[in-house]
Design a protein around this ligand. Sequence first.
Ligand code: GLU
Length: 509
Amino acid sequence: MKNKFKKVRVRFAPSPTGLFHVGSARTALFNFLFARKNRGEFILRIEDTDRERSKREYEEDIMRSLDWMGVSWDEGPYRQSERKEVYRKHLLRLIEEGKAYYCFCTKKQLEGAKEKQRKRKEPPRYEGKCFSLSNTKRERLIKEGKEFVVRLRIPEDENLEFNDRIKGKIKFNAKDIGGDFVIAKGDLSTLYNFVCAIDDHEMKITHVIRGEDHLSNTPKQILIQRALKFNAPEFAHMALTLGTDKSKLSKRHGAVSLGEYMEKGYLPEAFVNFIALLGWHPGGENEIYSLDEIIEKFSLDDCQKSGAIFDIRKLEYINGYYIRKMKTEKLANLCIPYLVSAGLLSTEFEEEQYPPAYGGVQPKLSYHIPASQEKVTFDKIVEIISLYQERMKLLSETKDLVDYFFLEEVDYEKNLLFWKGAGEEETKKNLEKCISVISSFKKWDKSLIEKTLLKKAGEGGDRGKMLWPLRVALSGKKASAGPFDIIWVLGREKTLKRLKTAINKLKMD
Ligand code: GLU
């Protein structure tokens, strides 16, 4: 049956030998998109045949990362380490049929043969020496405990051309792949290409979508599939992702593990949007797509043949976009953990609603500043975050942006208080004016605060002479939210206290 008529089944087949990275995230995402677009199935297969390097914690990291991205799988996780019997059965069948054979060549013999080929200026290949061993000799060598591997017998000259769904026609010939290759080790434990080809068949995979770094494995997998009389799946090899300088993508380009993106405060919707555009684009200028839109538009035909460029600034831009679009309450909830881990805020459940496990209402969290035990309402946190929603690019910026709202005192250099050309005396006088205006309000009203202070600042000509030290005294920062917003959030008491501290600072030498 032609693949066309079959239900699409794709797989993501990571090896759990390290933390989950951008490249794997993209492979997983493209498989997922293709499955969802074609109403097919997406299978998660853990390729943990390398027992020494495979770790459960990495497997958990893969699943946690996929969950975070919203990439859900329909089947699995299958683990290759739990499927050894399946591989062994196929291996023994190939040996029985004479399509695979035991090879006892030592390292030294193999090196020697390679050396001769080098001298003859031939590409290195295994010449099939052990293929012609007699049964009795083979039995004897096994009995003697001689080390061996199992090799697949491959044709001398066979066209292994295939039509890659992304790269187009790919030509390989059996004579170019280095001779009969090893498919299993001496304990009959099977190797990557062999188990991959078997699993793709057993799991009824219709399309293999993966990075082009696997392109050189494809002819070997096709040969294994042919030897076993399996139908080959279709292949789609995605161009590798490169750094902005066109070199191999690495940490210095900002490509880190997904756990690090989560910690830095990238939003999954922004990350998925960005990753989807690494090597795929539906056309047009738009760069912002929700997962549902991507699924709807996705097609392998729109995947680019050449390397996609990973530009971390674009990811930041997209993240900033999603932050701006988000409901501020939701954003505040996402920012709170960063404030808590910085020690600026504590949370606890309100007692009377706890515990929720017995059908009670969801417990409400209450917030306070750990140092002073002062309570902070959720609305206040929302108000603070709203001041930064427009400019925030990463959730992890929260602490450095808004810490001054939660600190008892702000710390800064006296010199920061001086507006261009303004002296100490003048600055002090302006801060005192602020104190008298702010103390005089009968009504605590945001627009009144703003109007009155602006007017007062205007009287001196250059408004900055008053507004700059006011803002610095309140925030302790070169850049912050505007002074009226800060006054409004801090309240009269804290505002006055900070202004007095600033004046004292000026008095000190
Ligand atoms: N296990 C391989 C890897 O992690 C993927 C194999 C494949 O997709 O065929 O690179």
